[in-house]
Write a protein that binds this ligand. Structure first.
Ligand code: SF4
Ligand code: SF4
Length: 299
């Protein structure tokens, strides 16, 4: 019965557009702090279903070539977060609901919006969950050195979403074979120097310890959003936060996101390493990185 239900949900999620689906029993979150525990979002949660969707490789490749940024901003941010994820999460949730299970779609949370706890011992709404941790807990992958969620199928290039449900489902075993081999390419290629060389942050999920490097998010966001002229072809001489270049305004208006770094180190260099060393399952005709990665020398 549990097996059958799990098989049907997984197939439904795959048919709705997910690339990978796994299940974490609630016990795998026993070590999670209260404020990031799935039951802080939905108190009756028994299983957490993780759904992973790939970011298309070509959208990263055209930034690697220095030619085209819109595909990445559209596909890997707006489309995945705002179109595909709500669609597939709703499909799974409605199906579960039709079978008597209350289920909650957990989208990509756009920042914390904490209000006051409505009960003395309750969580502060909106409670936050780590989708990377959920991906690990559901057996789909692990945390890379870069802190990104990594799978044997796609390395670091996917996004994870979740359904919290009171259905009891068949757990997916935790991944035991590491994907990340500590090569250090993400550290070297990150323009912001945001990824610490030491991998010493530990997260206990189920009975496995996952490790990643501390990430300097403030340094990352400056480069990620295109404010370092060496890695941003769109800045004008008079550009500033108060006067952003027209292309940034276009990206924000059209895709509600502005990724200019294009994850040069944490995704592109990592992908290149994993693909060329055969550490992920799929191989591609055109390498992710050909020659030196570009830098605007006279910026
Ligand atoms: S680039 Fe190397 S060290 Fe960094 S996350 Fe990828 S495999 Fe791990
Ligand atoms: S998004 Fe860019 S700046 Fe941020 S960690 Fe990745 S490579 Fe570094």
């Amino acid at each position: 019965m549990v097996d059958d239900l799990t098989t049907r949900i997984k197939q439904l999620a795959l048919d709705a557009g997910a690339d990978l689906v796994g299940v974490a029993p609630i016990a795998r979150f026993d070590n999670a702090p209260f404020e990031v525990h799935p039951r802080s979002v939905f108190g009756a949660t028994r299983s957490v279903i993780a759904l992973a969707c790939r970011m298309v490789r070509g959208a990263l490749k055209t930034i690697e070539e220095g030619n085209y940024w819109q595909a990445y901003n559209c596909d890997s941010y707006q489309y995945l977060n705002e179109v595909l994820a709500p669609h597939m999460l709703r499909k799974v949730v409605v199906w579960l609901e039709d079978h008597g299970y209350t289920s909650v779609p957990f989208h990509n949370p756009f920042g914390a919006h904490l209000g006051r706890a409505v009960r003395p011992d309750g969580p502060s709404p909106d409670a936050m969950l780590s989708l990377r941790v959920i991906g690990c807990a559901a057996g789909l992958g692990e945390l890379g050195h870069s802190k990104l969620f990594m799978t044997p199928q796609f390395g670091p290039r996917q996004r994870v979403y979740a359904v919290l449900t009171d259905a009891e489902l068949e757990p997916t075993p935790l991944l035991t074979e590491p994907v990340c081999d500590e090569c250090g390419r993400c550290v070297e290629a990150c323009p912001a120097g945001a990824i610490d060389p030491e991998r010493n942050v530990e997260v206990l999920i189920g009975d496995r310890v996952f490790r990643h490097a501390p990430l300097d998010c403030e340094s990352c966001v400056v480069v990620h959003q295109g404010w370092d002229p060496r890695y941003s072809p769109f800045l004008k001489e008079d550009s500033s936060r108060e006067n952003p270049p027209p292309y940034f305004q276009f990206l924000q208006r059209r895709f509600r996101h502005q990724s200019i770094c294009g994850a040069r180190g944490c995704v592109r260099a990592c992908m290149d390493h994993l693909e060329t060393t055969g550490r992920i399952r799929k191989q591609y005709r055109t390498p992710m990185i050909e020659g030196e990665q570009w830098v605007i020398e006279d910026a």
